[in-house]
Design a protein around this ligand. Structure first.
Ligand code: ADP
Ligand code: MG
Length: 362
């Protein structure tokens, strides 16, 4: 198999329910040993996409290929068990009447001895060798999830489809199981398509993120790029709180209380949104809100009065009511700074970290 043939390729997938297009022209490629996260809000069509790939739902149009071989197009469809695809869902439902060993062996072929060896290896790998003869109800949630993982990868699927598989686990357990799961899947060279609505989970796990909205993939790329170069305001806002400073283009510039922003190529009169994440709004603690508006390398400072300051562990979130128009802007700062409500302070915007988008009328 040439190295550049994707393990999984989806081309122009469309799925409609009663005239509503739920999956709208989705194309994706996942290479062996890579993790792609399908990330998007609830209801945007993630699970439907996954079900079509698994073969438990049939797309209206589009093609699905595994290692370059067609498994589904408009007329032809390989049944789920013929696609070499493993599945893991939030409700991973182990068979309650089967032991841990028999759960893991369930989809395996081969001699008893071969099966036993594979089961032992995998239970070792997920640190559950001592639980081999126990039953699911004797295990904790995290242990059951690891059995489910072992069961899903036992037949060595080429592709693993995971639908919010960690959302039922508590926070501290989750991080460990996520990392361990990834490590095992990478070792096995499995291509992983993981569905999640949590940006932190996607950034932690993905080699590539496919950001989905209303049935479409709106942006695709490495987590760093998707976070740092969002395609629009909504994409920026999906990853963190954002501040939006509206303005109007005049002579390739947009003037704001924070100084002028370059908006080249946009005609005069275009409404723009200058979008900035709270961690990139800089607070001038030294000057203490006095004097005339200082000019810095980041443009003019605008003044606001602390409305609320909340300690959040590693950082604090400070909300400012701005002098110029009474709007609220949010800034995060290292937790040692917790300014009192009523304090006036100067704020600047990091020019290299703001995004400028033509505003979309809603
Ligand atoms: P997600 O996994 O992103 O939350 P889903 O793919 O589950 O979203 O659902 C996308 C949309 O498709 C939802 O509005 C859902 O109600 C609708 N939908 C999913 N499956 C069906 C179905 N079998 N019949 C009708 N509508 C469906
Ligand atoms: Mg879903």
């Amino acid at each position: 198999m040439p190295a550049d043939v994707p393990r999984l390729e989806i081309q122009h997938l469309i799925r409609r329910f009663g005239g509503r297009t739920v999956v709208d022209d989705v194309s994706l490629r996942v290479m062996a040993g890579q993790v792609t996260c399908l990330l998007g809000p609830s209801g945007c069509g993630k699970s439907t996409t996954l079900r079509c790939i698994a073969g438990v739902d049939t797309p209206d149009r589009g093609r699905i290929l595994v290692d370059g071989n067609l498994v589904c197009d408009g007329t032809f469809s390989v049944p789920p068990e013929g696609r070499s695809i493993g599945l893991m869902f939030q409700d991973f439902a182990l068979f309650p009447h089967l032991s841990v060993a028999d759960n893991v062996a369930f989809g395996l072929r081969g001699t008893r001895k071969e099966k036993r060896a594979r089961v032992r290896h995998l239970l070792d790998r997920v640190h559950l060798a001592d639980f081999i003869d126990q039953f699911p109800h004797e295990l904790s949630g995290g242990e059951q999830q690891r059995v489910a993982l072992a069961r899903a990868i036992a037949p060595r699927p080429k592709i693993m489809l995971m639908d919010e598989p960690f959302s039922g686990l508590d926070n501290r357990l989750r991080d460990g199981i996520r990392d361990e799961t990834l490590e095992i899947l990478k070792e096995e060279g499995t291509a992983v398509l993981l569905v999640t609505h949590e940006p932190e989970e996607a950034m932690r796990m993905a080699d590539e993120i496919a950001l989905m909205r209303g049935g479409r993939i709106v942006q695709q790329g490495a987590p760093y790029n998707v976070y740092n170069a969002p395609v629009d305001k909504v994409a920026a806002g999906f990853f963190s709180d954002i501040n939006v400073i509206p303005g109007v283009v005049q002579g390739a510039l947009t003037d704001t209380p924070f100084g002028a922003f370059l908006t080249p190529g946009m005609p005069d009169g275009t409404g723009v949104d200058i979008v900035i994440r709270p961690q990139h709004l800089k607070i001038d603690f030294d000057r203490g809100g006095r004097g005339p508006s200082p000019t810095t390398s980041d443009g003019t400072a605008a003044r606001g009065v602390v409305e609320r300051a909340r300690f959040m562990g590693s950082e604090s979130l400070v909300e400012f009511r701005m002098d110029h128009n009474g709007s609220i802007l949010k800034a995060t700062v290292p937790s040692v700074f917790l300014p009192k409500p009523g304090t006036a302070l100067w704020l600047t915007i990091r020019r290299d970290r703001c995004f400028v988008f033509a505003s979309v009328k809603s």
